[in-house]
Design a protein around this ligand. Structure first.
Ligand code: 9UX
Length: 72
């Protein structure tokens, strides 16, 4: 089972920022595909909800010094 969530990501100012977040998310068990878009300041994450939840992703992003929340 795979779910997808779209997140607004705050604090990215260069391509290294988005690449860093993308790399960290893609290393997480339970995340099958994460894409981070600097221009739209957003991320799309496909994941297995029985392994990882949205709050875990957001915490990971916050640990890197950025912030995120589910897109309205
Ligand atoms: Mo670019 Mo982002 O130098 O923290 S990596 S601003």
């Amino acid at each position: 089972e795979t779910e997808r969530v779209d997140l607004d990501v705050f604090g990215m100012t260069c391509a290294a920022c988005s690449n860093r977040i993308e790399k960290v998310l893609n290393k997480q068990t339970g995340i099958t595909q994460a894409t981070v878009n600097l221009a739209t300041e957003s991320a799309t994450v496909e994941y297995n909800p029985s392994i990882i939840e949205e709050a875990d992703m957001i915490h990971r992003i916050q640990k890197l010094g950025y912030d995120a929340k589910r897109k309205a």
